[in-house]
Design a protein around this ligand. Structure first.
Ligand code: 2AM
Ligand code: CA
Length: 265
């Protein structure tokens, strides 16, 4: 795979798409709901996905595309080169705040993560990683993750998971919340995973994400020595929904052993 060439195109497309998204702030959005009343999609999500599909098909016709809005290819496997794209991760933030959303692109070859890009559009912050070559924040290298204890950790976690919900007993993560230094919730999984890669969050936990939410982030995390598993400590399956637990290595082990192991949910 021509990593340098693909990265150069991906970076320039992501910035161009970001400019178009910012211009849309002056227009009236067409907002629809998907799986539930809070699962939003706009014309800009769809147009941005279509922008990437057109560019990729033109430049790399043999590559395949899995996009959140479903206009890419119907994928049943990860053979060849596959771009996994979330045109806007954090659509609720995009609609309500006009900031704190990202474009997320993970590029895989035969199921192996090669290039990850997460672009926080309004802050103009680009995180990217190339397998074996490190991870970067606005082209400056990110350091390998250091260690931290549970009591000094800041974790990314949505309040949903510590109140009654359909996926986990709130007491399990509630106990962890009581013991950590602090919690944060940014409303964009891609940005939260990028914050772990940059060492600004020590871990990120959520009960359900789709492939486009984490495809890029997993590549960043691997490059800085972090650990990515499901909340059960199992490998994340790339083509399905998963719970996601991303963390500095020692912290991951402590949380699994002291808060998650042996619990049923
Ligand atoms: P989205 O904005 O691209 O939909 C919010 O906490 C995070 O969870 C966002 O990254 C959001 O991505 C994602 N998310 C929202 N609804 C989801 C769903 N039904 N399944 C999986 N991920 C979802
Ligand atoms: Ca999205």
């Amino acid at each position: 795979m021509q990593e340098n060439e693909i990265l150069t195109y991906a970076k320039s497309w992501i910035k161009e798409a970001g400019e178009q998204i910012k211009k849309s702030f002056q227009t009236t959005l067409n907002i629809e709901t998907k799986s539930n009343a809070n699962d939003l999609v706009t014309n800009i999500d769809k147009e941005t996905e279509q922008f990437f599909i057109t560019k990729i098909n033109e430049q790399f016709p043999e590559h395949r595309i899995l996009g959140e809005e479903g206009n890419g290819d119907n994928l049943e496997d990860l053979g060849g080169v596959v771009w996994i794209i979330d045109p806007i991760d954090g659509t609720m933030n995009f609609v309500h705040q006009q900031r704190n959303f990202a474009i997320s692109i993970g590029i895989y070859e035969d199921g192996v993560g090669k290039i990850g890009l997460i672009y926080d559009v309004v802050h103009d912050e680009l995180y990217h990683a190339v397998k074996g070559k490190g991870a970067f924040f606005n082209d400056l290298p990110l350091k390998k993750l250091n260690e931290v204890s549970v009591s000094e950790a800041i974790i990314g976690l949505n309040a949903t998971w510590v109140t009654p919900n359909r996926r986990i007993d709130p007491l399990i993560l509630g106990t962890l919340v009581r013991d950590v230094r602090g919690t944060r919730s940014y409303g964009s999984a891609a940005i939260e995973i990028a914050q772990v890669a940059a060492g600004r969050l020590d871990a990120y936990i959520t009960m359900r994400l789709s492939p486009w939410d984490f495809a890029a982030g997993l590549i960043l995390i691997e490059e800085v020595g972090g650990v990515s598993t499901t909340l059960k400590g199992e490998p994340i399956q790339l083509l399905q929904q998963n719970s996601v637990f991303i963390s500095k290595p020692g912290l991951h082990k402590s949380i699994v052993e002291n808060y998650l192991k042996g619990k049923e949910w």
